[in-house]
Design a protein around this ligand. Sequence first.
Ligand code: ACO
Length: 209
Amino acid sequence: QHPGWPAHLGPVRVGAGAVTLRPVRLRDAAAWSRIRMRDHDHLEPWEPTGRGPWEARNHASNWPPLWSSLKAEARRGAMIPLVIEVDGAFGGQLTVGNIVRGALRSAWIGYWVTRDLGGRGVATAALALGLDHCFGPVGLHRVEATVRPENLASQAVLRNVGFREEGLLRRYLDVDGAWRDHLLVAVTAEELSGRVVDRLAREGRLTLR
Ligand code: ACO
């Protein structure tokens, strides 16, 4: 096994409920598909373009091969694919990817949260738990993220946990059917004094346990 995998993180409590993170499971198929069908409009503008219609790509039968490739990446230490749970129910996903060790010790992080949970601190709490895990047990030095300039909610989440802007990547990623500019944001270990969740607790954004 690799440092930091498998991971069970939290709980921390926010307005929406108790937020925990745990590894993706084969039996997530039904919840994953049902939510992604329902939240099509909420998710598609921000996600990499896929082949074929959304309904086909997010059918429950697509989860087992996706789950299997995520688990394979996790087993070789390149990825940490987690489900965000709120009060024990599937609430979204948080993924750490392209984990590179050696002199770089870096990765990217990305997430989505269901529309019905929106605006009640779930993404902020999940990202804080994910970052603390990356800089703690996983042993990374730098975590980066890319976000569309139009995605103001996600930029607020990234700011909440301490990411700062590094630049604009022009026509960086094929998202929602076209090459989209993305802001590159990052944080390195020495920029954070202590755990992010502890700072957010002091700021009254969440409570521990
Ligand atoms: N303009 C500006 N700020 C906004 C807007 C808006 N239209 N809507 C919400 N916000 C702010 C809120 O005020 C809040 O900021 P605050 O804490 O400083 O008040 C923040 O956005 C939302 O914080 P949370 O409640 O923690 O986030 P939430 O659980 O609602 O999840 C997320 C936000 C992840 C963006 C969710 O809406 C989502 O999944 N969207 C679709 C997929 C997506 O965009 N994923 C992120 C891609 S980028 C990446 O992965 C690095």
